[in-house]
Design a protein around this ligand. Sequence first.
Ligand code: UTP
Length: 472
Amino acid sequence: MNKIKNLEKLKKVSQDHLIKFYDELNEKEQNELASQLNDLNLDELNNLIPEYVLNQPKVEIPDDLTPAPFFHLDDEEQTEYYKKAILEGEKLISAGKVAALTVAGGQGSRLGFDGPKGTFPITPVENKTLFQYFSESILRINEKYSTSFSWYIMTSPINHNDTVNFFEENNYFNLPKTSVKFFTQGTMPAIGIDGKILLKSKSSLALAPNGHGGTLLALKKSGSLDTMAEDGVEHISYFQVDNPLASIASPLFIGLHALEKSEMSAITLPKTNPYEKLGNFCISKNRLNIIEYSDLPNELAEAVNNDGSLKFLAGSPAIHIISRVFTEQLTAGGSLSLPWHRADKKVEFLNNNGELENPKEINAVKLESFIFDALQLAKKTMILEAKREDEFAPTKNPTGIDSVESCREMLIDRDARWLEENGVCIPRKSDGTVDCIIELSPSKYLTADDVKELVSNENFKAPKKGETVYYG
Ligand code: UTP
C-alpha cells in the first residue's frame, strides 16, 4: 500500500473502495493501480462530485446574450479584404507557420466501431479510412505549397497504441513519418451515480478521455507546444477526426485569423432550424461564448430578424484556428481550468463482489471539458461563415443524421459539385441527389481548381448514371 501516495486522502474522501482488491493483486497489477490512483486529483474530484454527479449541474446562461458577428461568405464589401487574406493564408502555409491538429481521442461510442474512429473506412468507392483521407489531403497540401505540413494527432490512453500501429502498418500513407506527431490527452475517472469512482478491473479504474477541451493542456504537457515553437508554427488548424470535409488548410480562414490578430477563430455554418444540434455563437460581456443547443433558451433560439432569418443563426461545426502563443499563455502554469460538462453513460464496472457488470441502464457520469470554452478566454476572436456542404460531414452514427451514410453522400456530392464546376455533366436524380458513386482522391484534388487538370485530360470520362468511378 505504500506505493499509493494518496492513501489517506482516498479514505478521507470516501473513495477507498478502490483499493478493496489491492492485496489480491500481483506486483505489476499493484503498480498499475497505484499509478492510476496517484494520478487522480482527489481534491478536485471531491469538489466536482457533489456539484456534477450527485446533483445536476446548473448551467448559468448569461442574460446579456447577443448573436456573435461573423464574416459573411458572400459579402461584396469584403472582396478585397478576402483576397488579401487568401494571399496571407497561402504565405503562412507555404512558410510552415501552420500545423494541423486532429482530435482523435474520443471513444466513438455512437458509431459502435471497434477501434479508433480514424481507422473507420469512410470513402464511398475505395473505402479509405478517415486517417488515410486526411493523410492524402496533407500530401496534396505539401505538394501544392511546397511545404512539409506538420500533423498533430491527439489520441487518448485508450486508443493511442492502436492509432500509432495503424499509421505504422500503413507506412504513414506516404507522409514523412516525422511530420505526423501523436500526443495523448488526459483522462477522468467514470463516477457512479452514487458518487463513487468506478473500477474497470481489480487493478484499474474505469478511465475515460477528458473531452476535446483536454487538447490544450495535452499540447503543453506533451511538449508539442515547444516542438511547434521550434518549428516556427504559429497557428494550429484544429478539426475533428470524424469530419472528412474539414478543410485542413483553408487560406481564407487562416489568413483572416492572422490579419484579425485573432487568438482563437471559428468556422460557422448557418443553422437549418432553431434547434439544430450545433453550439450557438453568442456574445456576453464582450467575450465570445458557445452556448450548447440544449442550453439556449427557446425564446432566443426561435427569435427572428425582420427578414425572418434566425437571430442566433451561427452554429459551430468545431473547426478552429488556434494561435500557438495563446495556447502557451493559457497553459503556462501547467494547468487550465475549463468548465466541466456532465455526460450520463452506461459504463461497465467491477462491483463490490469483484464481478464485472455490464449495466442496462445509465449508471455513471463522465466529465468532459470542451475546446470551444477556450473562446471565452480569448481577447480577440474571429468567426468566418462556411458552406455546410463544403465543410461539415460529421460521422457520429452508423445511419441517419450525422452518420456514415450521410457523410458518404456528402463526399459524393462535394466531388460531384467540383466536377460540375469544371463543366462535367453529373447524372442527378429528380430530387437533385447525385445518381452515381464517385470519389476524387484528395492526394490530387484538394479544391475545385485542382480538378481542372483531370477533366482536361483526353482520357477523362464523365461518370454515367448508376456508375461507380474513382478518380485517383
Ligand atoms: P464527440 O463528442 O463526437 O465524441 O467527439 P466521440 O468520442 O467521437 O463519439 P461519441 O460521443 O462517444 O459517440 C468529437 C471529436 O472530439 C474528439 C473525438 O475523437 C472527435 O474527433 N474527442 C472527443 C477527443 O479527442 N477526446 C475526447 O475526450 C472527446
